[in-house]
Each structure stands twice: as C-alpha cells, then as structure tokens.
Design a protein around this ligand. Sequence first.
Ligand SMILES: *Cc1c(COP(=O)(O)O)cnc(C)c1O
Length: 510
Amino acid sequence: MPSTTYSSTRGSPSQKSISFSKVVMSGLAHDRGLFVPDEIPKIDMTEVETWRNLSYADMSTELLSKYIGSDEIPLSDLRSIVTIALSSFRVPEVTPVVKVGGHYVLELFHGPTFAFKDVALQMLGGFFEYFLKKGMNGGRLAVLGATSGDTGSAAIAGLRGKEGVDCVILYPKGRVSEIQERQMTTIMDPNIHCVAVEGTFDDCQDIVKASFGDKEFREEVKLGAVNSINWARVLAQQTYYFWTYLRVTDDPSVPPGSLINFAVPTGNFGDILAGYYAKRMGLPVGELTVATNENDILHRFFTKGEYHRRNINKSISPSMDICVSSNFERYLYHLLEEDAGELKNLMTAFEDTGRLTITGARLKKAKQDFSSARADTEETLAVIKQYHAEHNYMLCPHSAVGVSALIQNNSVDNLSVALATAHEAKFPAAVSMAVPDLPTPPPQLAKLFSMKTRSQTCACDAKAVQDFVKMRIAERVNGGKKKDLGSKLGALAVAVGVLAVLAVVLTRKH
Ligand SMILES: *Cc1c(COP(=O)(O)O)cnc(C)c1O
C-alpha cells in the first residue's frame, strides 16, 4: 500500500500532497497551516482482531503501516524504528491498561521521562534519524524548542544520541520545577544543549518563533521543530487507542466491537486528536471527552461554540496551561469538511481578534465528535484524594482532571478509560496538597537530585540565543570532523604498530 500524503490545512498549492518524510522533517507547513492526511486510512476490524496477541511494538507497526507505505519506510525498517523507540519503556505492555474504581486507567507514564509525550517523541527521534541517514536535509537537523517543563525533557529523551540531530531546548530560568529542570540538564549526550533563558516561557517561545522566521539562521543551522504540531506525534499517539481497545475487549464480558469511551486531559489537543483519527479510521470509539483545567478554551468551544482566547491561569496541572491549542486547527479543518479556504479565513480572523465562533449544525457536529468537562484546582485535588483513599491509587494532577471528567459525565463503567498522562512523582508539590504522605518516588526520579547537571544561561534575546546555537553547532560539526580524522589516524597508527610487531615476530622466526 502506498503512503498517505498530506496537505496543509490552509490550502496553499505548494503545500499539497506532501510525503510523510517531508511532513515529519518540516513540522509546520510553509503557509503556517498544519499538515493533515489527504485520506484517513480505513481499518478493517477483522484485521484489528488479528493484532490481539501481538506485542505493543508489532501492533503499532501494523497500524503505522496503514499510513506509512513501504515506498517510504520498508516494513522491516518501520518495525525496527518502533521497537527501538518502545524499548525505552520500563514495562513490556508499554502503556498498561488497569482497572481502577470501576473504570480503566491507561497508564502512559512508563517511558523515560514519566509522561505520555515519551510515546510519540521516542518514535519521532527514530524517524528523524532514519530520514537523516537517508540524506534528507543534508543529513543534519537542529531542533529548537521552548518548554515550560514536560515537552523539553521528553524531546531530549527522544533525541539524545541521535545521529545528525542537535537538540536545543530553551526554558525560563528559575521558572520550571527542579525535577523538570534536572530531567533535562542531567542528560550529558553531546548533541543535547539546554539553555536557561533569563525570561518567561512566553519569551522563550517568542525566541523560537523569531528564529524560525529568520531564513538565514534557519538555513545556516538546518532548523526543525518538535513541538506538538508535528504530525508524527499525532500518528504515534494513535497506537495506544488501538492497544487500549484490544485490552478492554480482552475481558470476555466486553464483546469485540464494543464502543470504548476515552477521557483525555487536554492542553494542545494533540493527545485527544489522535483518538479522533483512530475513530475516523474505524476503531470502535464511543465518547471522546476533552478534559481541561481552568484554562478551558476547549471546554468553552465544545459547549458553546466559542473558541475565545483568554489569559493563562497558572494551575496545578501546568502541562495543560494553554490559552490556545496548537493542534485545534487540524480538527477545525475536518469540522469544516476540509474547506481550506474557510479554515484560513477563520484562523486568520482568530489570529487578529482572538475569537472564533461556530453555531448551528456545526456546533451540533462538534458536540457529536467530542464531549467536554472542566475541573478546577479544588475538584482536581478532591479526585486525587478520593482515588488514594478509596482505591490506593495515585493520580498526577493532569490525570485527575481526566478522571474528574469521567465522574462528571457519569461514565464510570467498564467501557470507559481515563488517560493518565504523567507519574504523580513529577508533581510532588501539587499532589501533596491532597495526599500529605507521598509514596516513595521511583529511583530514576529520586537519583536526579544527586546527578551532575549541564546548562547554559543566556540573555533573553533572540540574537544571543542564535549565536549560542550557531557556535555549538559549528563546534559539533567541526569537532565531529576532527574526531573522525583523529580516530582514523589512531586506527592507522594501531595498524602500523600491529604490522611492525608482526614483522618483528616473523623475522625472529627465521
Ligand atoms: C502535554 C501534557 C498534556 C496535554 O497534552 P496535549 O496533547 O497538549 O493535549 C497533559 N498531561 C501531561 C502530563 C502533559 O505533559
């Protein structure tokens, strides 16, 4: 089967029918739109049944091959990319589906950084390396990202040691939690560069945006992005919806084909969008619930049709603190029945006014596609406390927002799944407000506090950051060459030495 091609949501003619590899390497389309599949592959449920006994990696390979044909990645290569990516998870099921309090919890936090973003970023790192080795982008890619915490560490864990890739992560100095900072700065691979910017997260994001807008810089360092809009992330995240469907219907009392409901803690709409595509492929998905914290632009959209921007409230689930959702445009495009012209008008108006409103049949359709719920700090803490007391189960503040949505929607049953997006030990300050005696953190997190760290402080200035990036990349490219030459000379010296010894031995014999 040939690969699915992609086009920009904003319809520019040069951004149509683009291959998977180009889409992965470029991230954002040149017309500022997002890439969406030209056709969503349909899946045959009798085939999905044949995946029931496969490992997570093998099941994922089958699923991804519906989008990525052997013309772009031969099946055996795809299998090895996926298998290597998932081998960094600490449990063989990768994302265990466990029964808690009458419903299921999908545990997405068993990867290297203890949050769900690992599933996609481990695979994205594999895709980058694969395409660079094939010579794309001149064999080199510099990834520049800004983080307020979770994305940076997951990106670093996915890209460390990857050939041809340099990864520069900007974070606001003194404004990320110590665990999150250490998850980034204790990684010593030479291709990882952490920069503590003397500014806020928004300043960091502005520097990233300015750097992408700077053509000269972009081309000089071969810049790429790993933010949540990369299609490969949405694609990789579809694997756990299929995995969960299979695990829930392993229960003999739940016949195959039963509709499974998912409640998803949502910020940039990437995680839940994967569930939407899985449903469009034909997976039996019932309700998809958008669960938000106080930053509830998505909840307001799915209840009132109002996608109206407001300022950010700092919450106890910081990875969902957004004022606009970067993946929302993809769903809006489908809601508008793939009308790129209208999408572009709506998004351009939104960028100017901060307001986008839908009504009538469209709002009705949006409400059929998604339900939504919102949990504030008090509700979130109450759920953490309740699950600990009644089920001896710890939820992180993000996961608790998802569970709260299930409870609010009266969906606590054996067909419903709440996605648990992070391990509670990453957010001890928030969780201890609900459960004062926290369980011992996993050793991988506890040991971060005694490890060596490395980070560069930088002024809050795009030029200063760009100079640093240029310098580090030049060092790496030249340093790499020197080292290559050095090791070649070294090997030559050894070879000469061995020959000399042999010669001596041989002469002596005679
Ligand atoms: C990123 C993140 C989310 C939000 O996911 P989106 O794809 O942005 O909706 C939720 N929980 C945690 C722990 C995260 O890191």
